[in-house]
Every structure is written in C-alpha cells, then in structure tokens.
Ligand binder design. Structure first.
Ligand code: M6R
Length: 611
C-alpha cells in the first residue's frame, strides 16, 4: 500500500526522498510525489501518475532544491490514480503539504465543512481534507494544529507534514497506520517502513497511535494527543539493507524462496533447547492450556493458509478445537469468543487492517490474545505486546507474494501444536522429541526441496499457456493447495482454484476435461489410498496430472500421475514445510514464463492497511 518518507537535515532532500520511495515501492503503488521547502521558503510539489521513473523524469525537468521534504507512493483508494490525486496535497495557498497513508473515514463531512469556510479542493482524495483542515486550524503553531486535527480526524492515518511558516521542521502523526522515525546527527527521517531509512540510520522510534513526532535538525520529540512529551526507547535495527536487496537473484520472490532454510532455522532455534518440555517461549501456563475451550486463528491471505495448516496440527496433537478464520469475515459475524479461549492473529506485516480489527474484537470479548508476526514494532505486535508475540524470524519480505513468511508461520504453528500437545498431556514426550528433531533437520530438507527448481523451469515452459489450474489434496495437503492456488493466481494471473480432493465429485469435477492441468499434493501417508482414487477420477476425465509427492510414496503415485515432483520425507505433520517449496517455485516459474511483474503483481499491495 502507500508509502511515506520525509527528511530534514543538511543534504538535498529530493534524492533522499526518491531513494526512500524506491525502497518502499515493493508495497505497491500507482502514483508518487514529493514536496520540498525551497530556499525561497515556498513548497515545491512534483507528482506523477505511474511508476517512480515518471516522477524521476519530472524532477529532472523541474528540479526542486531544499533540505526539508516529504514524499509518497500512493495506492489509490479514494479517486483514480492520477497526477492530481497523487500526494503530497496542499492547502489553497500551498503553505502546508501533507502525505498520508490510511483512510480518513469522515472526509465527506469534513470536506463540506472546510468548503463552507473557503477551502477549494482539487483532488478526489480523502487526504486533501487534512491539508485544508491544518490550514484552517493553524494559529502560528503546527504542533497545536496537528493535535487539534487529530481529535477531528476519524479513521486510520500516518501523516507527514511540512509548512512554509515553520520551514525547519517535519511533523508526523499516526493512528492505526505504521510510522517510524529515524535519526542521526543533525538529520531526521520519517518512513512508513524501515527499509526506506535504513541506508541512513539504524536507530529508530516507532510512533504509537495518537502520537505526533516533531523533527528538526537538533533531534526528535514525540508528544501524545494531549501535548505531553513522551519518551521512546530507540530501537536498533539489526538487519541491514542487503537483507532487503535482491543479492544477485532475478527477483525478490526467488531470493526469498531460497532464503527459507535460513528463515526456518532462525525461527526454530530460539524455541529449541534439544529436549522437549521447555515451552517457556509460549506465553501460556499449563493451567491456561488445560482450560482452553477453543483456539481461533485469524488472518488474511497466505497468513490465513498458515492458520489452516495450524488447525490440522493443533487439533491432532493437542486435541483442542481450533477454527481458522478469514479476518475480514470474522469481525462482522458477531464471533463467539471469550474467556478461556485463545485468539492467534497471524500476520507477516503486523499491519493488516482486517487482522488488527479482528484481534481487537477478540480482545474486547475477553479472549487471551497472541500474535505470530514477522515485523518487530508493528501495530499487531504492539497491540498484543511483545511478550505475547511469537516472531517469525524470516527477515524483511519484499516480494508482494509471501513465501518465507508462510513457511515460518507454518513452522511456528507446528511448534505451538507440539507445545500445546505436551502441556495438555495429549502428546507423549517421545513423539514430541521425534517431531522437534525432525524440525531441527528441516533447513537441510528444505534446501534439498529447492533442488526441484530446474525440473519446474522445464515443466512450466510447457505449462505456462494454461488458462486454468486446479490444486487438490487432502488434509494438510488441502491446506497447502489453498496456498499454492493463491500464489499462482497472484503472480501469474492464471485462474487457479484449490479443492479438497474428496470434494471434487460434488461439483468441480464438471470442469475437468482433456488437457486441464491439475496439481495434486500427496504427502499425507494416512490419506494416500483415498487421494489415489481421486487421482484416478481426475485422470479418467483426461486431465494432465502433476503430483508433488514425497519420495517414499513414489512407487504408488507414479502410475497415477503424468509428472512427478519429488520432495524429501519427514513426519506427515511437517510435510507442508517441504511441499510448499516446489509449489512456490511453480508459481514463480509460471509468472516468469508469462512475463509478469513477479515482485509487484498488478493491483496488489504488500501490506493491506485498509479494510
Ligand atoms: O502481512 P499479512 O501477513 O497480514 O498479509 C496478509 C495477506 O495480505 C498476504 O498474505 C497476501 O495474501 C499475500 N500477497 C500473499 O502472497
């Protein structure tokens, strides 16, 4: 979604803003702009629809100079992508410029009010109201105007503000939309995401909801909505920019697929002491676990699919009822949840608006809340508290299509299942030991599964013209098929659908015909015979069957499939961690073969901060 950057210091701001915007471009955008306070004391705004190159060309033609500025990449919500609707937006005289992420929900009523007082709007955006509002509230102190504005704005926002009457200050504010402030000697930075400022500083402050930041060349001050100064312990970012760069790979998605052995290792090691029984990393007591009536795992997209896999594992090992729910549906269905229930929000970014809203709903109704999250300092992590957040240590995930976040989420789900199983007394320590040992071996097995890349490249060069692909499986293989279908559709734009293999004959089989491509995942030994009979039904309709299959089942699956993609063996429960590798690679290779924009698929944003 949209990205914000801001700079104050002694260097020219526009190259710094442009570099920051480039680093945020992975979030998805359709226009971009910058506003810089020039040496004449005026704000110069440059905006362009489309890719950042357009803005860069405009800046070459019409240069802006100045050491204080803000910038933005916009992903359209209110009003089409256009030069006019691009941010920054200004008040009538152009004295105040604003960039904004999020949605101002009461923009219609505010707009009417502001127009009655003389404001003239030029865009269709909700953001423009903020610029006019600040102008009408301004009485010589932008901090006061901003604090007053925040009591009037409804919805979510991260704001960056500059003003000609206070030319040596950058202001920022947040409510339900992330904003990070970076600083070093004489320079201050704002950004909606860490990579945008990481080439300048690793010392950051995460602004909290309803706080404002005031940056000048002497430092940063943070205030709450009542104007009281707040102290924030700076956070030192450990990872460096190379973690957020392509490192020789053609695309971020490919790089991130290859980073999975390392991500899995980093996520597992802090939770593994060598013997089962030490689950101090899980923020639940044995008594709480024994009293749990139900667990709700709530998330969106890929994170939801990790939750579906978690449901199978937790129910099997801990015998606790689990529901996996889509966050956008959960909140509005008047969910039945309360005391002695556990709610787990799963989110790579920790900023997904629907997941956050569902989490708040569960908290309000008295459930114990936890998060599985990849981004330290994100809203969801903060909402449940660090002590209740299980971090996936996948490192920054830049490609819009989630890969390493998924595997680490699934891994944590499996770890939670083992922990709950033992704490509840349902899982024998021998079996727990066996599972943990196999998880310990997982990075090497994933490395082996990555060896399927060449086979997939060859195969997709023939398959890439397909218009439809079906993914089928049973049990955990069905959970995996859901993820495989999402991955393929988002990066290759091929219509793909996942079905529980046993459900095919209740309708979807009508779609099967000569040459239709069906990808079957076959890793669950206990369900093998049932899945094989489903494969026969599929083959009988002339479909082209590709089986992603564990090595030990090769002989039995060979007669039923046209193409076999073999992956190493481990416990049934852990197989999704291996089987997902060729499925991700399949989506990637198909997208490349079709010439798609793999890392930034059309219409998609990395972090969906609107409902
Ligand atoms: O940041 P989150 O994990 O909360 O994001 C949830 C979904 O938006 C995300 O997984 C999305 O489905 C990805 N594009 C999938 O690859």
């Amino acid at each position: 979604m949209c990205g914000i950057v801001g700079y104050i210091g002694n260097q020219e701001s526009s190259p710094i803003l442009m570099e920051g915007l480039e680093r945020l471009s992975y979030r998805g955008y359709d226009s971009a702009g910058v506003a810089v306070i020039g040496s004449d004391g005026k704000i110069n705004v440059r905006k362009a629809k489309g890719r950042l190159e357009n803005l860069e060309n405009l800046l070459k033609e019409k240069t802006v100079y100045g050491t204080v500025g803000i910038g933005h990449t916009r992903w359209a919500t209110h009003g089409e992508p256009s030069d006019l609707n691009a941010h920054p937006h200004t008040d009538v005289k152009g004295d105040i410029a604003v960039v904004h992420n999020g949605i101002i929900e009461n923009h219609v009523s505010l707009r009417k009010q502001l127009e009655m007082n003389g404001a003239q709007f030029v865009s269709q955006t909700d953001t423009e109201v903020v610029a006019h509002l600040l102008n009408q509230l301004y009485e010589g102190d932008m901090k006061a105007a901003l604090l007053k504005a925040m009591t009037m704005l409804e919805g979510s926002y991260a704001l960056g503000v500059i003003c000609t009457r206070e030319p040596d200050v950058v202001y920022c504010a947040r409510n339900d939309s992330p904003l990070v402030i970076g600083f070093k000697d004489g320079e201050g930075f704002i950004a909606s995401d860490i990579p945008a400022l990481l080439s300048h500083t690793r010392d950051v402050i995460f602004l909290k909801d309803k706080e404002i930041g005031v940056l000048d060349r002497s430092g940063v001050k943070v205030f709450d909505i009542y104007g009281n100064e707040q102290h924030h312990e700076p956070y030192h970012v450990e990872w460096d920019l190379s973690s957020a760069e392509k490192g020789g790979y053609a695309h971020y998605m490919l790089k991130e697929i290859h980073e999975q052995p390392e991500a899995i290792k980093k996520t597992f090691e802090p939770r593994y002491s060598g013997t089962p029984g030490d689950y101090s990393w899980l923020p639940l007591t044995v008594e709480e676990v024994k009293n749990l009536r139900k667990i709700s795992i709530v998330a969106c997209g890929t994170a939801y699919h990790a939750g579906v896999a978690g449901r199978y594992a937790i129910e099997k090992l801990a015998r606790i009822p689990v529901e996996a729910a889509i966050a956008s549906e959960y909140r509005y269905r008047d969910p039945i949840i309360g005391e002695n229930e556990l709610f787990i929000a799963v989110s790579q970014s920790g900023e997904t608006a629907d997941t956050l809203a569902a989490l708040r709903e569960a908290k309000r109704r008295g459930a114990k809340v936890m998060a599985v999250c990849n981004v330290v300092g994100s809203t969801i992590a903060r909402e449940v508290g660090d002590e209740n957040t299980l971090y996936t240590y996948a490192g920054p995930e830049i490609a819009v299509a989630s890969t390493k976040a998924y595997t680490t989420q699934v891994e944590l789900m499996m770890l939670i299942a083992v922990a709950l199983g033992q704490m509840k007394g349902e899982l024998a320590s021998e079996k727990a030991q066996e599972l943990l040992d196999q998880m310990h071996q997982m990075p090497a097995l994933v490395e082996k599964a990555l060896g399927t890349e060449e086979q997939l490249q060859k195969f997709t060069s023939i398959a890439s013209h397909k218009k439809h692909v079906f993914f089928v499986g049973r049990g955990l293989d069905y959970a995996l098929s859901l993820e495989a279908a999402l991955k393929l559709k988002e990066v290759s734009y091929i219509f793909s659908e996942a079905y529980a293999a046993g459900e095919l004959k209740h309708g979807p089989i009508a779609l099967l015909q000569e040459g239709r491509l069906v990808v079957a995942t076959i890793t669950q030994t206990a369900l093998l015979d049932k899945t094989l009979s489903n494969l026969r039904e599929i083959k009988a309709r002339g479909a082209w069957v590709v089986a992603v299959c564990r090595e030990s089942l090769k002989e039995k699956v060979t007669p039923e499939a046209d193409e076999l993609i073999l992956i190493p063996d481990t416990d049934d429960l852990l197989m999704p961690l291996l089987a997902v590798i060729p499925l991700q690679m399949f989506a990637y290779c198909m997208a490349v073969a079709r010439g798609c924009d793999v890392d930034k698929p059309r219409n998609l944003a990395k972090s969906v901060t609107v409902e």
